[in-house]
Write a protein that binds this ligand. Sequence first.
Ligand SMILES: Nc1ncnc2c1ncn2[C@@H]1O[C@H](COP(=O)(O)OP(=O)(O)OP(=O)(O)O)[C@@H](O)[C@H]1O
Ligand SMILES: [Mg+2]
Length: 489
Amino acid sequence: MARSTPARTRGGVKVPSGPQIYKPSIKDELADRYSAALKQYLRSFGEQSLQEAYEIGRQAISGGLCVTEMVTIHHDALIKSLIPLLVPEEQEGKFRVPNGDGEERETPVLQPQERKHLVKSAEAFLDECLMPFEITYLGYVEANEALRMSEERYRELFENANDIIFTTDLLGNFISINRAGEQATGYAREAARRMNFGEMCAPESQEAAFRMLNRRVMGEYPGPCELDLITRDGRRISVEIRCQLVYREEKPCGIQAIARDIAERKRAQESLRHLTEALEQEAKRIAHALHDEAGQLLASVHIALESVARDLPAAQGERVRGIEGLLDEIEDQLRRLSHELRPTILDDLGLAPAIEFLSQGISARTGVPIVIEADGVSRLPAPVEEALYRVMQEALMNASKHAKATSMTVTLRQQAGEFICKVRDNGIGFDLRTALTDNTERGFGLINMRERLKFVGGTCVITSSPNQGTEVLISVPLENRDAAQNLTG
Ligand SMILES: Nc1ncnc2c1ncn2[C@@H]1O[C@H](COP(=O)(O)OP(=O)(O)OP(=O)(O)O)[C@@H](O)[C@H]1O
Ligand SMILES: [Mg+2]
């Protein structure tokens, strides 16, 4: 709205005279509205005027006006609306006062209670207008209290957490560290604040640490990262770190990280690795005993029976030879069992022939055909072949034990940087979550699969749904020699 104005004062601001464009401020507009509404209220005392007062208050807040400005507006409006009611108009020598239904009446004398009522009404009008300010203030107080309490809760969590929690700026310079962090690293808060996170990492962990922080700063969501920290007195602690960005005014301004001491977990993993190795050795020993010693014994029994058969009359001799046929079958079974227990074929010829041999055995026992698809598969490091063999063995055993499948497929594939194995069945499927959490009859197969693969840096994804069969997808990165060497070393 633009209009030309003569010289006058509006809302306490002097407007220069002369023909010029004057654009009223929000304060001016509200002052005009306030004055008109108050005038109307003092005539009719109507609810509508009070609503207008409330609305003016609301708009004043969104227009950025403060309470003192509203009081100034109120006073200006009082001068315009109330004073004329209280001062006698000279020409008529009488008071003109509202009679409450919007009309005015003339009275020669304004009674004290009538004066009081008018002044009180103006006060009520101001109260109504300031109501939105009051509500906003109360909301602000409540929000402030909620913020204070949430900060207190955060501080309590931060301080009392068992994990190390710290914050850094985007370059990794420490801003804060909790009590657990102080205790674990030996650095007091003040000392830590003069350090960069990199300085706390073991030299070989620094690159991984910064890669993780940088990826997070770039907006990615890197998974947890395992690294070693060096404490103030030179000890090493293995931690698993997760980090997230801290934002101020929607811009990332720092990093909050939680580091969990995984020494215990590492020890357990190491024990498990030793146990697995020991079991593998034991399986090798039993396999050899079955294959060589039991095989030798059976061969001796063969020779003995043959000589007994020769000494017996023809009819009895034939019956003894029948027993020899059964012995052949036992020998064959023992040979297969010994190979499944510790397939020398895995060491001699590699994963694909060993899986083929294993599948033939399972297929012969269960009557379920197993299709093998293995193209261009070359030899892999021994620990990787061993882990893959055991994991696929478990997947095949599970399919033959639980799936009620009528066919199974095994796929082995080597592709850019990784080795992929798949075991699929067309059986009844199962609910993986239940299988892993059901404590009543939980097996170890699925858990072992994951653990064995972890040693060689591999992963296993199982997809299964009722009556849709099951697919076990195993992948191992081929460049990850470290993990492979862990097993041998
Ligand atoms: N291919 C599959 N089809 C249907 N159910 C399966 C399949 N694989 C696993 N399961 C279900 O998951 C459960 C857990 O399997 P897991 O290998 O861990 O234990 P298990 O085979 O019962 O015992 P263990 O392997 O210790 O001898 C099984 O009991 C079975 O109910
Ligand atoms: Mg199993």
